[in-house]
Design a protein around this ligand. Structure first.
Ligand SMILES: NC(=O)c1ccc[n+]([C@@H]2O[C@H](COP(=O)([O-])OP(=O)(O)OC[C@H]3O[C@@H](n4cnc5c(N)ncnc54)[C@H](O)[C@@H]3O)[C@@H](O)[C@H]2O)c1
Length: 416
């Protein structure tokens, strides 16, 4: 396919869709042509944002099938909630297979599925419909990660030997929408929601530049999960209030803190380690992504709250609460870090450039559904380890059909 401009349709016009739309000012060769969201207001707002930013003549569509049927749309970005993944992909595949229209590719936000079965289904449907597939893991496209990896590998690793330990952490004070907090809808708690980023970003840094992911084989996974903050009655009451009484963390909590240690083996049999920490109970200035890559004679470190821009507001500046300085901002006064261009720094711009370029050239993106499935497998092994309190060899038995207790609404650390 060598169409001059790729027409992109977005499924789900919420929080992450807006990140993608804002990032599009740095994307070439593609326009945002439309948005489908069952919430018409959301679709309209997202389209207005795209038109305002002049990143495409976006208009709301009445269904996914209508987007597939429109020849102006060549690729779809799945940005709807986790619990809609397979139904959304089923509709895309069915519309293509029934000849309603043609698509080149589909890109899907994390996680690819809430469990291994769902992630596999996504791959199967994309294959059946003959679509190129991209997995939207923004962190492996973040400039600090890609540039840091390049420097460490070409200078440090080339002279002193490859890295052996990668650490990644993603922490904030909790998701913005009630469905994220429900294990049954989201697929878990913070382990599923945010460790998907950390295990993949850290694995990416440990992998030699340009090498396929299978140069490193997971050997074992050890994980821990708990609910440290949000099960406290006063915080559980806040979640109940924010969800119109639906979320009940006294009875059905999800983990708000989780860590994992993944052992990998390289082709020579040497062990390498990925260590991750994720939390929904970190109350700092806002979202904090921290990463490290350590080798025999070098170290790399990233901390997104160590921003080069800081502003100070005295106690007399009593403005409205907002997220105008940084994602998941927790305060408005004092000395505040500002991530000047979050779309660039978190990796959305380079991620979308890569997806667009791959689709326009008829190539499978480097980060694709295969990577999404591999991440899901690691996360499910982590849940298995956390549930049993043991290190699990990878792949553990029963991984294919495993559904974490938290995703079944059957997890409560207080009643263990
Ligand atoms: N890469 C990241 O860092 C990152 C950050 C946030 C969210 N996400 C992922 O993006 C996805 C969406 O998250 P969000 O924060 O935007 O959630 P959100 O709740 O803010 O937005 C989701 C939107 O999808 C719409 N929707 C619901 N059902 C739908 C359906 N069947 N078809 C189409 N649209 C539907 C909702 O009306 C809503 O507008 C999730 O899978 C989440 O894990 C990724």
């Amino acid at each position: 396919m060598k169409k001059r401009t790729l027409g992109v349709g977005i499924i789900g016009g919420g929080f992450i869709a807006r990140f993608h739309i804002r990032s599009w000012t740095g994307v070439r060769g593609a326009d945002i042509v439309g948005v489908f969201d069952p919430d018409a207001k959301r679709a309209k707002e997202a389209c207005a944002m795209a038109r305002e930013l002049e990143v495409g003549p976006a208009k709301p569509y009445e269904s996914i099938t209508a987007m597939v049927a429109d020849s102006a749309i060549d690729a779809l970005w799945i940005c709807s909630p986790n619990y809609t993944r397979t139904e959304v992909m089923e509709e895309i595949a069915s519309a293509v297979l029934r000849g309603k229209g043609e698509l080149v590719g589909v890109a899907c936000e994390k996680p690819l599925g809430r469990n291994v079965k769902e992630a596999k289904k996504m791959i199967e449907l994309a294959r059946k419909a003959g679509l190129l597939d991209g997995y939207l893991e923004n962190q492996v496209f973040a400039p600090a990660v890609t540039r840091g990896k390049e420097i460490v590998w070409t200078r440090g690793a080339a002279i002193a030997g490859p890295p052996y330990l990668a650490r990644a952490a993603e922490e904030h004070s909790g998701p913005h929408m009630p469905w994220f907090w429900e294990g049954t809808l989201q697929g878990g708690g913070v382990l599923n929601d945010m460790m998907c980023h950390s295990v993949e970003e850290a694995r990416f840094m440990l992998t030699p530049p340009g090498a396929p992911r299978d140069v490193l084989t997971p050997v074992s996974v050890t994980a821990y999960a708990n609910c440290l903050k949000w099960q406290e009655p006063k915080y559980a009451a806040l979640l109940a209030k924010n969800s119109g009484g639906k979320t009940d963390y006294l009875k059905r909590p999800a983990e708000d803190f989780a860590r994992s240690l993944v052992e990998y083996k390289d082709k020579t049999g040497k062990i390498l380690v990925v260590e991750t920490t994720t939390s929904w109970c970190y109350v700092g200035a806002g979202l904090r992504l921290s990463m490290e890559l350590l080798g025999p004679e070098y170290a790399l470190q990233i901390n997104t709250l160590d921003a080069d821009l800081k502003v100070f507001f005295s106690r007399r500046v009593k403005g409205k609460a907002g997220e105008d300085l940084v994602e998941k901002q927790n305060a408005e006064i004092g000395l505040m870090p500002v991530v000047a261009d979050e779309g660039v720094e978190y990796g959305y711009v380079d991620e979308n450039r890569h997806m667009v370029r791959s689709f326009r050239n008829g190539l499978r993106p480097e980060e694709n559904f295969g990577d999404g499935l591999a991440v899901t497998e690691l996360l499910m092994a982590a849940y298995l380890s956390a549930e049993t309190g043991r290190t699990v060899p990878f792949p553990p038995k029963g991984l294919e059909s495993f559904v974490p207790a938290v995703a079944r609404g059957a997890w409560n650390p207080r009643t263990k």
